[in-house]
Design a protein around this ligand. Sequence first.
Ligand code: HXC
Length: 284
Amino acid sequence: MASAIDTTQVFKNDLFSGKVLLCSGGGSGICRGMTTAMVKHGASAVIVSRSKDKLEKAAEEIRKETGGQVIAVSGDVRKPEDMENAVKATIEKFGRIDFLINGAAGNFLAPLQGLSYNAFKTVIEIDVMGTFNLTKAASEHLKKSRGSVINVSATLYYTGVPFQLHAGTAKAAIDAMTKHLAIELGPHGVRVNGISPGPIASTVGMEKLGAAFKRDGSALDYSGVPMGRAGETMDIAQATVFLNSQGASWINGVTLVVDGGSWMTSSPADYPKMVLNPPKLARL
Ligand code: HXC
């Protein structure tokens, strides 16, 4: 269970009252924290992903934690018609869309030889096509509200990371999309930015990495993070509230790295060793 999300110590309580968030991947991990924070500040939210049961449970828990309005709509970000449906459901229920978070992502560790054509395609479709599909479906409503979009990215491709060809490629494309959309939607009053989270404890991503590299069950080592700790979903929630607030009203087309400085201390010099002597990657 992720740590409690409370950004109201730093940001005003009613910052997003009367506003509406649509978030893909909002049922778990980082995106669930982002959604919780937005709802704590008064927004109503629609969370969308494939797993209906997981999503309903998450919506109920966020409602309980925040006292706010959250509904779950199941849909696959790879299917444009599902995203059109998620937008329709949001408008029917809440009448507007002010904030869009494109958070749905797929990932696993796989070396090039172990990465099937379909595996690469699947991650590109979830991450890249998913971001495009939902943004396109929501864009006219975002223009009406002069809203804000946050695309969840990663720093993987800054250095290139072994066994992450699929995810790094997808996130590079997402960062490109953030810039193109910022140019195209900015004149309509819509800001489009990204957040690249570093290693966040207790997320599916970190569980997968941990299980692959630490089969002995020992904890992942965060000593290489300049800020000396793993990230929390709260760290990403704070950045989300800031980017969606009027405090960021002149920030457009930027992907904010929220990682305690981690990516700069990753060790590309170790990568050849990892490639030539790979860990036995668990298939999760
Ligand atoms: C190699 C794998 C694999 C693995 C699946 N595949 N897992 N290949 N290693 N561990 C292959 C399958 O064999 C198949 O190819 C293809 O990928 C599609 O798999 P499916 O299971 O049919 O797809 P699907 O049900 O759509 O599942 C998508 C998924 C899954 C990505 C594989 O893990 C998923 O839905 N994940 C969502 C949650 C998630 O992963 N979140 C993490 C986000 S973290 P073949 O050829 O056999 O048909 C993140 C952070 C990035 O994004 C930064 C990290 C630092």
